[in-house]
Design a protein around this ligand. Sequence first.
Ligand code: TEU
Length: 555
Amino acid sequence: MRKQWWHEKVAYQIYPKSFNDTDGDGIGDIRGIIEKLDYLKELGIDIIWISPLYQSPFVDQGYDISDYYKIDPVFGTMEDFDELLLEAKKRDMYILMDLVINHCSDKHEWFQRALADPYGEYADYFYFEKGKDGNPPSNYRSYFGGSVWQQVEGTDLYYLHLFAREQPDLNWENPKVRKELYRMINWWLDKGLAGFRIDAIINIKKVVSFPSYEPDGDDGLVRCTRMVEEAEGVGDFLQELKRETFEKHHAFTVAEVFNMKEDELREFIGEEGHFSTMFDFSPLSVTFGEHGWYDAPEFDFGKWREALYASQKECRNVGFLANIIENHDEPRGACTYLPKYALNDNGTKMLATTSILLRGLPFLYQGQEIGMKNCMMDSIEEYNDIDTVNQYELARRAGLSDEEALKVCFRHSRDNARTPMQWSGEDNAGFTEGTAWIKINPNYREINVKAQEKDAKSVLSYYKNLIALRKSEVYSEIFTYGDFQPAFESEEMILAYYRQAEDRRVLIAANFGEEEALLNVGGAGKMLLCNMEDIENRDSRLLLPSCGVAVIELV
Ligand code: TEU
């Protein structure tokens, strides 16, 4: 495999609204990011993905862009952004922006022009379709609930939105649209960005005859992914996109891809693939419900482990996946993947270890490094996220009580990960001097950066050691390029694997069970890292207490 500059790096996602507020408006800003670059550098971060900073009405927290060439004033100015690029560069850090090009905001000039002249040139920037017998053109359900079709007032036309009504889908079949997008992408890359995280990209290819399908719910609708999955030829768009933009700048790209066709991994992330890498969502998808959050299954450790091992094996000879345990669309990783008895510092460190040492590019999400947790809201009104409101209603319609539906949101809401970063135990968690735009998790008095920085045994200190180990001169090669091999698969609650290269072998073994576990590691070894003092590998026997994890170089 040809080596790339990013292979040995560690990445971090910033959700800018909730990262660090320097002007007291209760919303994080670019200056706040600049202020914390040294903090991130010390943690061992090289690549920073920042969720959308563009001008937006914030119906979907900036994933609805009304001007791709502007920074939204709540985050600061273009000068601030240029300074961020400069400051990052000084520290050998790389900035990725979020590229949201499946859709834009209904306030974008293109869409406003389309509405003003629904049969004119700009309507063709979107999907404006005639209704059928007074009904929408087809029966797809949008990602955020309800029909994907919205009637254009005073006409029999409807426009398509796979996400919120305020996020009309861009018509990728129209070469003018593609050209406009490429121009914008190149403009940003010219500024010195390292690349992009690419939002919801699989959705850009549609079956443009928009056929209706058998409904899959009693709303008479069918999930819109049904149509996206049927669409052929997304690869042609993606290759052109790459050729016209990323390739010219040697840009790094990490794609958000759900529902990729099974045999397409190589086309997506192989040497000539559409992207540098993409997130591995398959372990996460074991937590998804069939109809929504309300019918999500209980977390099943076995299924999760199986999915994790499977995708590690699949990408083995193909490329690198990007590994995550949380992001801005998911609850906190510790709350999802750790059993109740493991929801403590040791458990959090264990989960960190098994995730960061996988083969692939590790992405941390802000707050993960201090073990931030889900945040309980008192009522549905306290949630801000559009998807949470939709999922709450879904749960209510399915017959859950108000209290039960709230519980579902507490477990699954995207806002769990969007509460402000907990910098200190002082007022407002040191995040803002004003009033935060969303509730601050009250546990900030105990869980915060300042306290953990002083404590050598904290989750934060552990993360620093873990990342340093992954990137260390001696071990970087094996943790980056070493093969992945599952270990102790017959042990029900053990997540373990080898990373191996030529004559070297490192074992990562974690006990997610409630009882202690005794593993025969088959030889002597050097303990590189563990999360409890009394973990020892004696005479080939590794005794792991509940929540114990060990990283051992076998000799
Ligand atoms: O997410 C795309 C996506 O598929 C998600 O809608 C996912 O299914 C959902 O979050 C699960 O609750 C991206 C962004 O990451 C997300 O924040 C945006 O809301 C969405 O695109 C629309 O831009």
